[in-house]
Design a protein around this ligand. Structure first.
Ligand SMILES: [Zn+2]
Length: 93
């Protein structure tokens, strides 16, 4: 699954959840890259919404930082939200 790379400040889920685990030393577009299993800030409750608090369930298996997969546009959180991504910095898997 190719998609824009997800950063902690530039991009979030559609409901404005903030990512709480990002690389301190690898950035994209000036913002830390979000890593696998990142918790999301509490958001909601939203009707029909899943688990809150939530965390990222999917990530890249081949593009990794310090052993952790990076989060891309379309990666899914445990609450059902999908991450948004940087419009120009793409991850190719
Ligand atoms: Zn959510």
């Amino acid at each position: 699954m190719a998609g824009g790379i997800t950063t902690s400040e530039h991009c979030a889920t559609p409901f404005g959840a903030a990512f709480q685990l990002a690389s301190p030393n690898v950035k994209a577009g000036g913002h830390p890259v979000v890593l696998e299993s990142s918790p999301l800030s509490p958001h909601g409750p939203i009707p029909g919404h899943g688990e809150i608090p939530s965390f990222m369930n999917t990530s890249s298996t081949s593009v990794r930082i310090n052993g952790a997969g990076v989060i891309r546009q379309g990666d899914v959180a445990s609450c059902g939200d999908e991450a948004t991504g940087h419009p120009k910095i793409m991850v190719g898997d």
